[in-house]
Design a protein around this ligand. Structure first.
Ligand code: FAD
Ligand code: FES
Length: 339
């Protein structure tokens, strides 16, 4: 396959490999192309195709309506480059990647179970693992159509180690391969890093993390980095984590087994199905409700930097609470919706 010239009207151009996805090629070229999920679900990577063609990698992607498609719009994360083309999109400097993503060959080393349906998976690549705590990578798994996004749970390192806390979704293709088929020594594709929901070490605020399900993965990375960053020594760090039942909580094997996390991070676990937790004496209810109750006791919600990751309904509820009800500025909110 050759290379194609992509013209971004009034804003420049770049060379992209034919057969590759437009969004990833733009980011590899340090172009500030807006995006979020990289998985076809959110619609934030939409652009207008002015001339030339691209091929749909996933024509049923829910992030693009038929109406938008008929007006010439496409999803950059699901558009394969097939030749020269001209597009319209408003580039934004905050999307220029600090570490341009690259495709690596990753060897699966093994996993350790955290709950009945979540485990932390280890992969090793040549070279260093360069990413910002809170970012994610796209995993290319055998027999699975389309890559899957998974957030790193470890810290950037020189040893090429990438770890991910992944929840096994019943009937899910990607998480099913990981839970049931992959064997130590197997090679997969790992493309990353991606994402903007990373730790802001320069933000002048205490830190609040909110997670549900496998949303614990990037939050573990963010908190691990925060507790090891001396300028943040005087910050408080809270983690609000919601699960259905006490046995779904992965806290003991993540936040409580690392002495630095155990000492610095105040973990507030909550369960939503109280009937399952007859001996449960902690918080109950949806995690945004628990957060809301706590914020009412501390007063000013605007004095925190918020990181929240997990299922879309949880992300929407937390965002509504913080941004609309409590008027926290958007610049203090960093979220990944696991669409
Ligand atoms: C930014 C981000 C970070 C995430 N981090 C984590 C994490 O750390 N841990 C975790 O457990 N989960 C994470 N997820 C969710 C994860 O990516 C998967 O959606 C989840 O594991 C279910 O995938 P599945 O293949 O098992 O299920 P499936 O039902 O087979 O697939 C679900 C997802 O795969 C994508 N998809 C489906 N078909 C196609 C196709 N043909 N082409 C391209 N894409 C397709 C869609 O995004 C869909 O939502 C994250 C999601 C996002 C967006
Ligand atoms: S980034 Fe393309 S649909 Fe979300």
């Amino acid at each position: 396959m050759g290379s194609a010239r992509i013209e971004i009207l009034d804003q420049g151009e770049f060379q992209a490999e034919e057969g590759e996805l437009l969004l990833r090629e733009a980011l590899r070229n340090r172009i500030g192309f807006p995006y979020d999920c990289n998985s076809g679900g959110c619609g934030s990577c939409q652009f207008e195709l002015v001339s030339g063609g691209v091929e749909d990698a996933w024509s049923a992607a829910p992030g693009l309506s038929e109406r938008a498609r008929s007006r010439g719009r496409r999803l950059a994360c699901q558009s394969r480059v097939t030749g020269d083309c001209a597009i319209k999109v408003r580039l934004k400097p905050e999307f220029v990647p600090t570490h341009p993503p690259a495709l690596h060959s990753a060897r699966y080393e093994g996993c350790r179970p955290l709950t009945s349906d979540m485990a932390e998976y280890r992969f090793r690549c040549d070279g260093s693992a360069d990413f910002l705590p809170g970012q994610y990578a796209m995993l290319r798994l055998p027999g699975v159509s389309g890559d899957r996004a998974y957030s790193m749970s470890n810290l950037p390192n020189a040893d090429g180690l990438w770890t991910f806390i992944i929840k096994h979704i019943s009937g899910g293709q990607g998480s099913g391969v990981l839970a049931e088929k992959i064997r130590p020594g197997d090679l997969i594709g790992l493309d990353g890093p991606y994402g903007l929901s990373f730790l802001r070490p320069d933000a002048d605020h205490d830190i609040v993390c909110i997670g549900g399900g496998s949303g614990i993965s990037p939050l573990k990375s963010i908190c691990s980095a925060a507790v090891r960053h001396p300028p943040l020594d005087n910050r408080t760090i809270h983690l609000f984590y919601g699960a259905r039942t006490p046995s779904d909580l992965p806290i003991d094997r993540t936040f409580r087994e690392d002495p630095q996390l155990a000492e610095r991070v105040t973990v507030v676990p909550a369960i939503s199905e109280a009937s399952h937790g007859t001996s449960w004496s902690g918080e109950t209810g949806m995690i945004h409700e628990v957060l809301h109750r706590w914020l009412e006791t501390v007063g000013d919600a605007k004095r925190f930097e918020y990181y929240f990751c997990g299922p879309p309904p949880m992300i929407d509820a937390v965002r509504r609470l913080l941004q609309i009800d409590l008027r926290v500025p958007e610049t203090q909110l960093h979220a990944d919706s696991f669409v």
